[in-house]
Design a protein around this ligand. Structure first.
Ligand code: SF4
Length: 438
């Protein structure tokens, strides 16, 4: 059978990246191979994100642009998946009559049938939530042989209902994968040469909490650390309120667990945290940070902050700034608050002007950039074990990551890709480090 070209575009988070890999894998049986050239596509899939308004708009603009391609080729199949699809459902078929299929975050397994129907001219939308975890198991992600670090989805959905967040509505409630299936996936990855795994979920720390026959997240990490060939384990995203002592102990007891964690605070003010429904206070957050720093001295901590949440006063914002200084984040993913329709916070009155939010964001970014550079500079002169992942940006360079997650570029042969190399750090920049092989 002649292979058909699949153009797939992924928006948003690593969960979507991982889902796209699964989609490519499952559509191989239907005769589709991925091809990055849009104009050659027999099928175009947009795997979308609706966590931020901007991302949603980009999807709509993209869909507008696809209209001409459909006009030129009536046989072209156009589909939309992911969070925007989950949120909008049938409406997308109405708004964009050139779209053939809409599949929600729990409906990946229906895709082969939906594609077959679309090839015969039938348009369909599937967005119901499924209350089991089979969908996470049916189609392992396609594994490109050259990659040495892989995402492994261990759970999806979220039960937290932070007041600003759309995720529980578009990704559903928390569902954990079975640990034996995760172990098997990781074992196969290790056999294929993968050295590092990144465990993925909206809230990995609560892995297994809803499923009494499964281990806790810390228990799962301990099991995965036993697998031969896997040398590094990372995970994202963690929720501070579920950061247990048992999990923190993994940083001191298991050398394979990398000295890096993303622990989003979102605000340094208790009043704002309460309105956000985050379930922790500034004090309990800092307690977890202290415990992490004592379990793994030098641990690199990154965070997320929302600036200009409804009701955020100048004093609240100052507390966020003070928290950033106290934690000393290696980086902070920070965003100006914008309401997401359907969330509780969207009903909160907004008293902060766009200019005020922007001004606060710029002050925050300035501090974060300074601390990032200070932390990066502190690596200068140290020797780091780098897992080489690919070519660097400059000719003759390769690029990889240190245990801390920092990107390190250095002169080296492409043969090093996939191996660990000891490198002395000779220069620090805002986003990366430079080194030389010792
Ligand atoms: S923990 Fe809060 S911010 Fe994170 S996905 Fe769940 S509801 Fe959204």
């Amino acid at each position: 059978m002649k292979s058909k070209n699949l153009y797939i575009e992924t928006f948003g988070c690593q969960m979507n990246v991982n889902d796209s890999e699964r989609i490519v894998s499952m559509l191989a049986d239907a005769g589709y191979s991925p091809d990055p050239v849009l104009k050659k596509a027999d099928m175009i899939l947009l795997n979308t994100c609706s966590v931020r308004g901007g991302a949603e708009e980009r999807v709509y603009n993209r869909l507008e642009n696809l209209r001409v391609l459909k006009k030129a080729n009536r046989r072209l199949v156009i589909g939309v998946g992911g969070c925007v699809a989950q949120h909008e459902g049938e409406l997308l078929l109405e708004k964009f009559p050139w779209v053939d299929l809409v599949f929600g975050t729990h409906n990946l397994h229906l895709l082969p049938d939906m594609v077959k129907a679309a090839e015969q001219g039938q348009r369909r939308s599937e967005t119901s939530f499924i209350d089991n975890d089979q969908r996470l198991e049916l189609f392992p992600a396609v594994q490109e042989s050259s990659r040495v670090s892989r995402f492994v989805t261990i759970m999806q959905g979220c039960d937290n209902f932070c007041s600003y967040c759309i995720v529980p509505f578009v990704r559903g409630r928390e569902v954990s994968r079975r640990s034996d299936e995760i172990r098997e996936e990781v074992r196969l990855l290790a056999e294929s040469g993968v050295k590092e795994i990144v465990l993925l979920g909206q809230n990995v720390n609560s892995y297994g909490l809803n499923t009494p026959d499964q281990p806790s997240f810390a228990g799962l990490i301990r099991q995965l650390a036993e697998i031969e060939g896997i040398r590094r384990i990372r995970f994202t995203t963690s929720h501070p309120k579920d950061m247990s002592d048992e999990l923190i102990a993994c940083f001191s007891d298991i050398p394979k667990v990398c000295g890096q964690i993303q622990l989003p605070a979102q605000s340094g003010s208790n009043a704002v945290l309460k309105r956000m429904n985050r379930g922790y206070t500034r004090e309990s957050y800092l307690d977890r940070i202290r415990a992490l720093k004592s379990a793994r001295p030098g641990i690199v901590i990154t965070g997320d902050m929302i600036v200009g949440f409804p009701g955020e006063t100048e004093e609240d914002f100052e507390q966020t700034m003070a928290l950033i200084e106290e934690v000393r984040y290696a980086d902070v993913y920070s965003f100006v608050y914008s309401p997401r329709p359907g969330t509780r916070a969207a009903e909160f009155p907004e008293e902060i002007t766009r200019e005020q939010k922007q001004e606060r964001l710029e002050r925050l970014l300035k501090v974060v950039r300074r601390i990032t550079l200070e932390i990066n500079s502190s690596f200068t002169g140290t020797i780091q074990s780098i897992l080489v992942e690919g070519l660097g940006k400059r000719p003759g360079q390769v690029s990889g990551r240190a245990d801390s997650g920092k990107t390190v570029n250095f002169i080296g042969s492409p043969d090093l890709i996939g191996s660990f190399v000891d490198v002395r750090i000779v220069a620090a920049y805002q986003n990366s480090l430079a080194g030389e092989i010792i």
